[in-house]
Design a protein around this ligand. Structure first.
Ligand SMILES: NC(=O)c1ccc[n+]([C@@H]2O[C@H](COP(=O)([O-])OP(=O)(O)OC[C@H]3O[C@@H](n4cnc5c(N)ncnc54)[C@H](OP(=O)(O)O)[C@@H]3O)[C@@H](O)[C@H]2O)c1
Length: 261
């Protein structure tokens, strides 16, 4: 494969770090982003040595509205062309809505809605012009689930599922595939950060996936041009049971009967 470059946000842990290992093994050069720069540098060193790829790192806090522009500016200065974007960085707060400071809620929205949308908007024109691009946006099985009390998370991930399909409809004719990847419970640091590890540790094994399984299925989905992917049989069954109209039919309906096109 030609030396394509993938930008991965949230590459310092969990699913993002797993995407970095997977895409490096596939021969992609990488630009890794997260706040914990030391972890990114260690991973970059590991992947450069193992696969002979180029791996740049850029430390950024994606709750900062200036971060997406700074990341792309860094890529431009390094001469990196972004062919593959994995919008992965994310977390879930769990405070009561009225008790959470606005700064915390605004940070969640900036991190998982605005930054995700802005990064896609900044890289998609180049992908379209070159006739090839891949964007994976991390949604969640939560997007199919009923809203969780006090959580912005289910609403945020529903937005990501929805907008990914809209972008896919617009960009697929130009060789750019966009996929919303919607994992269920996945082993990572997510529940440690959320403070829910004690509760989730009691969940049965069959509900959990390793990040490697999620990443492989997500990668295959975006390469095949699937607009969304719920990885794993159990998660697929859970997601299907939540929606009377299957998501694939909703996508077709949305694509076919849009009077505003
Ligand atoms: N694990 C699950 O069960 C699960 C299920 C469905 C969906 N997801 C989604 O999958 C994605 C990855 O989650 P994960 O499970 O891999 O969690 P994780 O292990 O906690 O990793 C989260 C990543 O996001 C980065 N991040 C968090 N806040 C950031 C910020 N303000 N600026 C920049 N980077 C930030 C973290 O890096 P730093 O802390 O170094 O900044 C870390 O690299 C998330 O979008 C999550 O919503 C996870």
């Amino acid at each position: 494969m030609s030396q394509r470059t993938a930008l991965i946000t949230g590459a310092s842990a969990g699913i993002g770090a797993t995407f970095a290992r997977f895409l490096a093994a596939e021969g992609y050069n990488l630009l890794l982003v997260a706040r914990r720069e030391e972890r990114l540098r260690e991973l970059a060193q590991e992947l450069t040595a193992a696969h002979g790829i180029r791996c740049d790192v850029f430390a950024a806090d994606l709750t900062d509205p200036a971060a997406p522009a700074a990341i792309i500016d860094f890529a431009d200065r390094q001469g990196l062309t972004i062919d593959f974007l994995v919008n992965n960085a994310g977390l879930s707060g769990k405070s009561k809505f009225v008790d959470a400071p606005w700064k915390e809620l605004a940070g969640e929205i900036q991190l998982m809605i605005t930054a995700v949308t802005e990064l896609a908007h900044r890289v998609a024109p180049g992908m379209k012009a070159r006739g090839w691009g891949r964007i994976i946006n991390l949604s969640s099985i939560a997007a199919f689930a009923p809203p969780g009390e006090s959580l912005l998370y289910t609403g945020i991930k529903s937005y990501v599922l929805n907008i990914s399909q809209s972008l896919d409809m617009e960009l697929k004719p130009y060789g750019v595939h966009v996929t919303a990847l919607c994992p269920g419970f996945t082993w990572s640091e997510f529940h440690d950060v959320m403070g829910t590890r004690d509760t989730t540790n009691k969940f049965p094994d069959f509900l959990w996936q390793q990040p490697e399984e999620v990443v492989k299925e997500g990668y295959e989905a975006v390469m095949k041009g699937k607009p969304f992917c719920v990885p794993g049989k159990v998660n697929k069954a859970i997601a299907a049971s939540m929606r009377p109209v299957p998501e694939s039919v909703r996508y077709l309906l949305g694509k076919t009967f849009n009077p505003f096109k």
